[in-house]
Design a protein around this ligand. Sequence first.
Ligand code: FAD
Length: 478
Amino acid sequence: MAEPDAIVIGSGPNGLAAAIVLAQAGWKVTVFEAEPTIGGGVRSAALTLPGFVHDVCSAVHPTAIASPFFRTLPLQRHGLEWIDPPAAFAHPLDGGRAAIAERSVEATAAGLGADGAAYADLFGGVVRAWPRIEGSVLGPLRWPAHPFAMASFGLRALRSIDGVAARFAGDPARALLAGIAAHGMLRLDQPLTGGIALVLGALGHVVGWVIPRGGAQSLTDALVAHLRSLGGEVIANHRVASLDELPPARAVLCDLSPKPFLKIAGSRLPASYRSALERYRYGMGVFKMDFALDAPVPWSAEACRRTATVHIGGTFQEIADAEATVASGRPAERPYVLLAQPTLFDPSRAPAGKHTVWAYCHVPLGSTVDMAPRIEAQIERFAPGFRDRILARAVSTPGDIEARNANYAGGDIGAGAADLRQFFTRPTWRTYSTPVRGLYLCSASTPPGVGVHGMCGYFAAQRVLADLGGPDTRHPTT
Ligand SMILES: Cc1cc2nc3c(=O)[nH]c(=O)nc-3n(C[C@H](O)[C@H](O)[C@H](O)COP(=O)(O)OP(=O)(O)OC[C@H]3O[C@@H](n4cnc5c(N)ncnc54)[C@H](O)[C@@H]3O)c2cc1C
């Protein structure tokens, strides 16, 4: 193998984004991926039956289509096609009702009765400000390009969803807000849960909660094809056990969370930095299920068929209670469940007339409790007859999720809790840099954190170029 300028360990979206930035700058880049398939949290596979294409991790990609970096890349030329369902997401309630986040703020507000005006005021403001705040929201903490817009957004985003939702009176609007905020894997009275709801909710109106045709793997395949067109290479099935085994390079970028990073780099790190990484906290775990169905999910609320994403859990209070229970270390009896039903909009992913469902709930970190009956009961509650449509199911416990990808320690798919203490300065105040020259972190354990957007990788690679972008110090020319 020719000696690379940069080595990236891990081929998740952030690893690939970092590799692309460096390849664009003319660096020769090699990506090593431990698994036989490329993509980390952005992969698809036949997890249940032949012909059913499931997303192994991420399924719904508003942050990818909204990514200021990804949208500069010619990914469509490499086969990526976004599917934008008619509604962003739905939230069924008992009695056959549902709250719907439509593609427009106005249509959503119109469905929320007396809460419509408050919804339009809250989300309309964020949607209008989005072009001015996206660089700050999807980036590390720094002086914003538009300080007034960011200050106005930030004051609300720092609040808990508990506080933000206080101005809403009806169950549908309040449940809708809880369902978006709970993506953050925090108690709903925690600061920043308001911001999670504002950003994800606004993206539903700005870009839609899109899915890639053919599954999440299509996004990875397009990123890899583009990287290769720039001269970069990706070597799968190559687990890096220690930094010592790597060929010399100007920079090594680790698409790793602190736990696996310490394993391969620990001996090189100064004690103080090592112990800072050891103090990094992982948050909640996830218990995931994939289903092959012989028909679509039989939702009581018809509106749930107009979207790929459904938030299950009932009222604001029920979801708040479920998340608080998990945060206190116990699994919820009636968990909050995120569900995706991609085949309603992409029949290519299942045999004719058949369907797939992707669903997960939050559990305490490393939990070994079997949540399958509780997930199915929650779906059945809003879609009676669901169980009768199941042809096959695949279960991923938190342990399985970590075994497939060490970044998700204890099944924490966020690669670390994103509470106030770890949101802006993750995994330490150094963010992408380490005390070792030429060694960097570029995973979702760096800002802006969880989600498929590649912006952690983008900013890490920018840091590399700022630090080392001058003459190649490994091969001095004089
Ligand atoms: C079940 C689940 C559902 C999710 N749903 C969504 C969603 O719908 N939408 C969304 O936006 N986000 C979702 N996410 C989160 C999203 O997938 C992650 O935030 C994102 O993939 C993080 O990207 P990354 O590049 O930082 O790391 P990862 O995607 O985790 O990639 C890290 C890579 O490093 C590799 N690696 C680890 N150790 C080594 C080693 N020693 N040597 C070589 N390679 C190594 C791993 O195999 C992996 O491929 C979900 C995640 C999971 C697990």
